[in-house]
Design a protein around this ligand. Structure first.
Ligand code: GMT
Length: 378
């Protein structure tokens, strides 16, 4: 029988792929008997069911008027140290180099316990913050002083070496799907509820509507697709670009065809009524939404950027297009939506790839091996 570990997990608890993966990982590890302690500023959004092996420790940040900025990082490190000592943790698995890896290193020193630190890089700390010279040294420190570092794609590993130049070895551990959730379900009632006509195809985009997601490209491509094929666009999520996107939809005269759904749970139900996902980002270290859509049988068109080509196989289960190449994106979209046999083939291949290469059991075992190797336990 394997040794049961006591693992602290820190992530950004709000909506986002890194928080989703950290939480799903914690849930899966708890199911196989490990004791999991989430340490974060609020309850992680996917931590939606009770489990006797899962504990949650909230980081409280005091808002004293003397501080210009509330000291979140210090409060997190203190909470981590407290949990390490009280719960006798074996290791901390933190998601993002800054601030979380740096906080874990400080917590380890504060606790004076020889716990191990595993850091998973998800992207934004490298692809955006990594270019800020005021943060590069802190990111490199977080990476170097971790006991093990993983990245969610080969592309992110390469970029980390290019931008941050650490000496540490970085292991690729891909993101995964929860197969109990991300599968085709019968949610056809939603078509009627959203007023989607029988002959209409459904195109979906899910993101946090930051500039890097290029949601305007999604809308421009959809407008052209919809001229050739009756279709509706589901825009799921919210963020800084939402007003610009709303304006563009009006300018293009496609208000009737675009549904702004905002932040949503139960995405598998929306994927199950969708025929195509568009993920046209200019930065994307992995593209978890594409993988989750694929697991529900939705072929994706993605940009040939970052980790997206490690998730979507061009002309096998979707298409890769160059950033901003709207005409090609439209051509591929129309091809896929108008050819039922091709769509069925891509859809089946998408499910196959998601379940073969990114199933939870496979990826969770890779993390477990990293933990055991560090702790020299089995
Ligand atoms: O995409 C975002 O802006 C959110 C960000 C996050 O922190 O959740 O996502 C990053 O991590 C995800 C999980 O590993 C990846 O699937 C996303 O590709 C990555 N986002 C970027 O690289 C922009």
């Amino acid at each position: 029988m394997k040794t049961k570990l006591k693992i602290g997990i820190t992530c950004y608890p709000t909506v986002g792929g890194s928080g989703a993966i950290a939480t799903e990982l914690g849930k899966k590890l708890a199911e196989i008997g490990h004791e999991i302690h989430f340490i974060s500023s609020s309850l992680p959004f996917r931590l939606n069911k009770m489990h006797p092996n899962i504990f949650y420790h909230q980081v409280e940040v005091n808002q004293y008027s003397v501080f210009q900025y509330p000291p979140y990082d210090i409060a997190l490190a203190s909470k981590m140290a407290e949990v390490i000592n009280r719960e006798n943790l074996d290791l901390l698995h933190v998601h993002y180099a800054i601030p979380h890896a740096v906080c874990a290193i400080l917590a380890k020193q504060m606790s004076e316990k020889d716990i191990k630190i595993v850091t998973t890089l998800h992207g934004t700390d490298i692809t955006v913050l990594g270019y800020d010279p005021s943060l590069t040294d802190a990111i490199r420190f977080g990476i170097e002083k971790s006991d093990a570092v993983t990245a969610v794609s080969s592309s992110l590993t390469t970029q980390t070496y290019d931008v941050i130049k650490p000496e540490k070895s970085i292991e690729v551990v891909y993101n995964f799907i929860d197969e109990q959730i991300y599968r085709q379900t019968n949610s056809n009632y939603l078509r009627e509820e959203y007023g989607i006509k029988d002959e209409e195809k459904v195109v979906i985009h899910v993101s946090n509507f930051r500039g890097v997601k290029r949601v305007q490209d999604v809308v421009k491509a959809f407008a052209k697709i919809a001229k050739k094929i009756p279709a509706k666009l589901l825009l799921v999520g919210d963020g800084p670009e939402i007003s610009v996107v709303c304006r563009l939809v009006t300018e293009l005269g496609i208000n009737e065809q675009v549904l702004f759904l905002g932040k949503q749970d139960n995405l598998e139900e929306l994927y199950s009524i969708s025929d195509l996902m568009l993920l046209l980002s200019e930065k994307e270290s992995f593209g978890l939404v594409a993988l989750e859509a694929m697991a529900c049988g939705v072929p994706c068109i993605g940009t040939n950027i970052g980790g997206i080509p490690e998730v979507i196989s061009h002309e096998k289960n979707g298409y890769l297009c160059e950033l901003g190449d709207i005409d090609i994106i439209v051509e591929k979209g129309v091809t896929l939506l108008s050819n039922q046999a091709l769509h069925l083939k891509f859809s089946a291949e998408a499910v196959k790839s998601a379940y073969k290469n990114f199933r939870s059991e496979l990826i969770v075992a890779q993390y477990e091996n990293i933990y055991y190797k560090l702790l020299k336990k089995v």
